[in-house]
Design a protein around this ligand. Structure first.
Ligand SMILES: Nc1ncnc2c1ncn2[C@@H]1O[C@H](COP(=O)(O)OP(=O)(O)OP(=O)(O)O)[C@@H](O)[C@H]1O
Ligand SMILES: [Mg+2]
Length: 263
């Protein structure tokens, strides 16, 4: 089985929490998991339970000046010069990811372009790398995306099998789901599902179901203090809440039914 999923949603809804837990579950099952931190403010390694020393060593790909320069034949920081637009990237995931608890993390980083549509060496490398990850990697790829929907228009998420939109029981994050669904359709992805997080009771469940439709909802993750605390004490939510892990296992089963078995 192979699957590439992009985890999206409004800011703070629990994208990294869900990405980390589902990554750890797949790793536990023996899959080769690549978790991609595509958020410009990266913290997926933290949510995965990486020790601080390893996190300190992580340099986002976009900040690896030598790598960017070497692969694109450019001079660091020299804008407006000629450079290769088809850089070699196939060895990057293996060489530059960090592995812990069986999950490999690749931190993409961001490029401060001061505007849109910048064709600079860093962006070219990131884009090529993203499409490579999507097209070539054979196992489970979980991309923890930037909050919001802007990144979807840039075509960077093309080629993923499924979008999982994390929502809370409130209209704002559900609105984001509806936007993602529309944008995903525009780039040819019709599999867009919802995970409802921070649920407190059956009314919350009903609220989400009524607003996204029963078919779209993969399941619920309940609000648990311990999950929030895990963030404060720098632990993976996977290691501190068995109940939440069980909920994500159920969500994963349903996701596989939809994506792999096409039910
Ligand atoms: N089920 C839950 N119960 C309690 N707290 C939760 C739950 N899920 C997430 N949280 C907490 O909510 C906060 C935001 O979660 P997380 O970082 O996963 O969201 P995010 O969508 O990745 O945010 P960002 O948009 O900033 O990347 C964290 O402090 C996290 O611990
Ligand atoms: Mg996050």
């Amino acid at each position: 089985m192979k699957m590439k999923m992009a985890i999206t949603g409004k800011g703070g809804v629990g994208k990294s929490t869900f990405s980390a837990i589902i990554s750890r579950i797949y790793a536990e099952e023996g899959y080769k998991v690549l978790a991609v931190d595509a958020d410009p403010d990266p913290n997926l390694a933290l949510a995965l339970g990486f020790p601080q020393e390893m996190i300190n060593e992580i340099i986002p790909i976009s900040e690896m000046k030598k790598l960017v320069a070497e692969r694109t034949n450019s001079t660091p920081g020299a804008f407006g010069k000629m450079f290769k637009i088809n850089p070699k990237v196939d060895d990057i995931p293996e060489r530059y990811c960090k592995e812990y608890n069986g999950v490999r993390v690749l931190t993409m980083g961001t490029v401060d372009t001061g505007g849109t549509g910048c064709i600079c060496p860093e962006n070219v490398l990131l884009k090529k790398l993203t499409s490579h990850l999507i097209l070539q990697n054979k196992d489970i790829v979980i991309m923890d995306m930037e909050a919001g929907i802007e990144h979807l228009g840039r075509g960077t998420a093309q080629g993923v099998d499924v979008f999982v939109v994390v929502v809370e029981p409130g209209i704002r994050s559900i609105q984001t789901y509806h936007h993602v669904k529309k944008l995903a359709k525009d780039i040819g992805i019709d599999k867009v599902f919802v995970v409802a997080n921070k649920i407190k009771n059956v009314e919350d469940e009903k609220y989400v179901l009524e607003n996204v439709g029963e078919d779209a909802c993969l399941g619920f993750m309940y609000y648990r203090e311990i999950v929030g605390t895990s963030d404060r004490v720098n632990q993976s939510p996977y290691d501190c809440s068995k109940e939440t892990v069980e909920e994500v296992k159920k969500i994963k089963e349903k996701l596989e039914k939809h994506v792999i078995e096409n039910i």
